[in-house]
Design a protein. Structure first.
Length: 205
């Protein structure tokens, strides 16, 4: 998992509430277990017409938001059915941070497990950031995980809270596997001790 330290990039304003996981990545694209290739289908039903052409007015189809790395949206982002493909699709598109007043619990947890930073701010703060993002310029937002700050293109700073353990994992690029591997020496020592004390439990030939 990639480390998340500081991100500077364009933010796409998505003025919608209750964006569910089927909106983020529709069910017909869940057949793969690969984390790549899903960005093409991110917000598929919002980005494309039935004939496959782009919906011109959808934010991610407009410059400069085509290359957005941040999405600012309404409350209850990621609600609906549980699917890890949702953060996979966002990451594959290039989005590594979502800012919203609130998130669905399962989606929120899945974000951290995949290196995506969900930031919860007040409704008033999010509306300010939406307005700043909606200006349509190429000016960037900056996300500083260490300082726990969002800085908008006007220089206004918004502080956010994050669980210290989740912050540590994101900052160091540690998913569940990475955390386990970090304890490899302790695990190996335990298994060696166990094989001596309980040789009948030894696995393998």
């Amino acid at each position: 998992m990639d480390k998340f330290t500081t991100l500077t990039g364009v933010a796409a304003p998505l003025r919608m509430i209750n964006i569910d996981t089927d909106r983020i990545i529709p069910k017909q694209f869940l057949k793969t277990i690969k984390r790549t290739g899903l960005g093409e289908f991110l917000f598929n039903d919002l980005r494309y017409n039935p004939d496959g052409s782009e919906v011109d007015e959808f934010v991610l189809n407009r410059p400069p938001y085509r290359h957005a790395q941040i999405v600012i949206a309404g409350r209850n982002f990621g609600c609906g059915s549980s699917r890890e493909h949702a953060p996979w699709a966002l990451l594959d598109f290039g989005i590594t941070c979502i800012i919203a007043p609130s998130f669905a619990d399962i989606f929120y947890n899945n974000c951290f497990k995949n290196g995506l930073l969900p930031i919860s701010l007040s409704e008033e703060q999010v509306h300010k950031l939406l307005d700043a993002a909606d200006a349509g310029s190429n000016e960037n937002f900056t996300i500083d995980l260490n300082a726990q700050r969002v800085t908008d293109p006007n220089g206004e700073i918004f502080e956010f809270k994050i669980d210290p353990f989740r912050k540590h994992c994101l900052f160091n690029g540690l998913d569940d596997i990475g955390l386990t591997l970090g304890k490899a020496a302790i695990i190996e020592a335990f298994e060696q001790k166990r094989s001596v004390q309980n040789p009948w439990l030894k696995l393998g030939p």
